[in-house]
Design a protein around this ligand. Structure first.
Ligand code: NAD
Ligand code: MG
Length: 394
């Protein structure tokens, strides 16, 4: 049974200043009589957060990095907004009785804390932060089953699958096919990537406007790997039930295939406001502000096989999703640090996947870890990646 949608959906936007967060606030602003931003959070960018608070007048704002407190002027936030500092504020907001829906728009494993608190308190959880499911998918899903929390995906592919699954019985599902744009280096060999990839090129995604971490993940195709793992836990699939196809236009957001061979797709121009809005209105559908398909213009849709040799990060995702246990937490942490080092010019683009593989191989695997085990390994993998020595000169 889908959860009932309240007349006024009171929303906490974790990561309000990011790409997902600002799109989410656009959706909320477009439906002011039925959606209300009650809490907004940011890590450091308090000026942007303060401006958002002046517009949306939330009851709470959280700045999760307490070190910026001293730089904030006394009147920066509106008088009706209580400002909290530190990561504990995220948990307080995510479990607050005044909140119906928590939008998890923080980037990286840093999003786990708030997402966990939201699931633990049985909220409607609009989950963009795929890293939460990559790190601790089985534990999060188990917790949701216990508390009755409803996890609704925001990631466009998973939203498409979530929508497609409503057309049939779950037990009649054969498999899902995740689409991937292929990123800016689609069609490039590994050698060409080694020679020609720069930070600027990696940050120039052909079809999506997103934060820097997921943009680099899309270029290495680690993003699709993380999405394979995300899908495995979110939809409780065997790894053999997950496939990937390259779709450069980013219009078909994924497919579900049923036992009779029928394949259903969800299509829309690439714009995150649509899956964000759906997660806020499910099971209802409202008219929105996202662009719609223009069928008076020619539209060609291509589907190409994924190149696992040129993009070894993609192979890692299938392996990690199959093994489960501690692998997701280690891969995710290693990748977060590797992306940071690449953006700082300290790691080559093609070394990201290699370094992640090395660290995965070197970790102490546990098939059924606790949350504490996973957080400890997250710290371990970060340290290992910081020290991972590049063999090539940059
Ligand atoms: P972003 O970098 O644009 O924004 C990140 C937000 O998280 C900011 O508000 C920032 O203040 C906050 N934040 C950063 N570090 C934090 C920390 N340590 N503690 C607390 N808050 C912190 O990122 P984004 O592109 O909006 O992505 C957010 C999440 O959504 C990611 O998990 C990403 O994979 C997922 N996602 C994004 C898109 C997209 O179109 N941007 C699409 C699908 C999924
Ligand atoms: Mg996606």
């Amino acid at each position: 049974m889908p959860p009932e949608l309240p007349d006024l959906n009171r929303i906490a936007v974790l990561g309000a200043t990011g790409s997902i967060g600002t799109s989410c606030l656009d959706v909320i602003a477009a439906h002011g009589s039925r959606l209300k931003a009650v809490a907004l959070t940011a890590h450091r960018s308090w000026e942007v957060l303060a401006a958002q608070c002046h517009q949306h007048k939330p009851h709470f704002a959280v700045i999760s990095d307490p070190s910026v407190r001293a730089s904030i002027g006394g009147n920066a936030f509106p008088s009706g907004t209580e400002v909290r500092f530190g990561p504990e504020g995220l948990e307080e907001i995510a479990s607050h009785p005044e909140i119906d829906t928590v939008v998890c728009g923080i980037v990286g494993a840093a999003g786990l804390r708030g997402a966990w608190a939201a699931v633990e308190s049985g909220k409607r959880v609009a989950i963009a932060n795929k890293e939460t499911l990559v790190v601790a998918g089985p534990l999060v899903m188990h917790l949701a089953a216990k508390t009755g929390a409803c996890l609704i995906p925001v990631d466009s592919e998973h939203s498409a699958i979530f929508q497609g699954l409503q057309a049939g019985r779950r037990r009649d599902l054969k498999r899902i096919v995740l689409t991937a744009s292929g990123g800016p280096f689609r069609g490039w060999s590994k050698e060409r990537q080694e020679r020609e990839v720069t930070v600027e090129r990696a940050l120039a995604h052909p079809t999506w406007q997103m934060g820097p971490k997921i943009t680099v993940d899309s270029a290495t195709m680690m993003n699709k790997s993380l999405e394979v793992i995300e899908a495995r836990w979110l939809f409780d699939l065997e790894i053999e039930q997950i496939a990937v196809t390259i779709h450069p236009q980013s219009i078909v957001h994924s497919f579900v295939e049923f036992l009779d061979g029928s394949v259903l797709a969800q299509l829309s121009p690439p714009d995150m406001k649509l899956p964000i809005q759906y997660a806020l209105t499910y099971p209802e559908r409202w008219s929105g502000t996202s662009p719609t398909m223009n069928w008076t213009q020619p539209c060609q849709l291509e589907f190409l096989p994924a190149d696992f040799d040129a993009f070894p990060a993609l192979k890692l995702g299938f392996e990690v999703a199959k093994q489960g246990g501690t692998c997701g937490a280690v891969l995710n942490a290693a990748n977060e640090v590797a992306v940071g080092r690449f953006l700082e010019g300290k790691l080559k683009f093609t070394e990201i996947a290699q370094a992640c593989r090395d660290i995965l191989i070197g970790h102490n695997f546990d098939a059924s870890p606790t949350l504490t085990d996973l957080l400890r390994l997250d710290g371990w993998a970060r340290q290992e990646m910081q020290q991972w020595k590049s063999l090539q000169s940059i």
